[in-house]
Design a protein around this ligand. Sequence first.
Ligand SMILES: NC(=O)c1ccc[n+]([C@@H]2O[C@H](COP(=O)([O-])OP(=O)(O)OC[C@H]3O[C@@H](n4cnc5c(N)ncnc54)[C@H](OP(=O)(O)O)[C@@H]3O)[C@@H](O)[C@H]2O)c1
Length: 246
Amino acid sequence: MKAVICGATRGMGRCLARLLAERHDDLFLLGVPEDDLARSAADLAARSAGASRVGCAPLDLLKPEGIEEALARADEFLGGFDTAILTAGIYATQEALEQDPKLVAALLQIDCASAILFCEAARKRLLARGGGTLCAFSSVAGDRGRKPVVIYGAAKAGLSHYLESLDFRFRGQGLKTVCVKPGFVKTGMTEGLKPPPFAGEPEEVARRVLAALDRGRPVVYAPAPWWAVMAVIKRLPRWVMRRISF
Ligand SMILES: NC(=O)c1ccc[n+]([C@@H]2O[C@H](COP(=O)([O-])OP(=O)(O)OC[C@H]3O[C@@H](n4cnc5c(N)ncnc54)[C@H](OP(=O)(O)O)[C@@H]3O)[C@@H](O)[C@H]2O)c1
């Protein structure tokens, strides 16, 4: 695999990048800040015992005008990437978002608008060379309107919807779209939040995502029980959703 990854400095993205490096895939990391990126690239190169080529370049999803140049640098370093992975994202509680319109704007930009712009730029490059794999981390929060994730859920719903449509439109042309829908996973993003039942570890999610990438599965819930949880939640009537706090 020749993979460009945005979000590999922390959490699930870091675990996934480590698994890719351990099996000697070539990687190009995108993100902020630059010293963290360089440290992560050196760590991954060491994990591959020098067998993976690992490069990096800055990309701040709050500045989507940088996406094209960042992907061009990835293409140049990797000799044309065949896989693009977007794990980068931010989370804020509904209460914090309701107090802070600037935070709302940043979250919508990073988790939805820039995420889609990143995928659009990557899929054009992949399709121009006959296809490849495009994987983005959405969330179970995008599956159903829910009280605790009104705004975060809306951003992720937009991303999930986009990825589903992309799969319908371009799979026949060789583009495999993989939409990852994590439930609650114990990373820096969820630090300080009370873990619900079925909370997962980033390593197990990364292993599940890697298998989905290899098979080109269009949707992957992780940890696995979240598929069943959301299957129930999606079927609950509105009057129930108004009463429960989930
Ligand atoms: N953890 C969960 O329970 C959970 C549940 C559902 C969905 N998700 C989604 O899964 C993905 C990964 O989550 P995680 O828990 O692994 O998160 P994490 O540990 O907080 O890592 C997030 C990554 O996103 C990067 N990032 C944040 N803002 C960025 C920006 N403006 N430009 C570029 N990169 C940026 C971070 O880089 P720096 O910090 O180095 O800047 C970091 O590498 C996210 O999209 C998240 O929404 C997570």
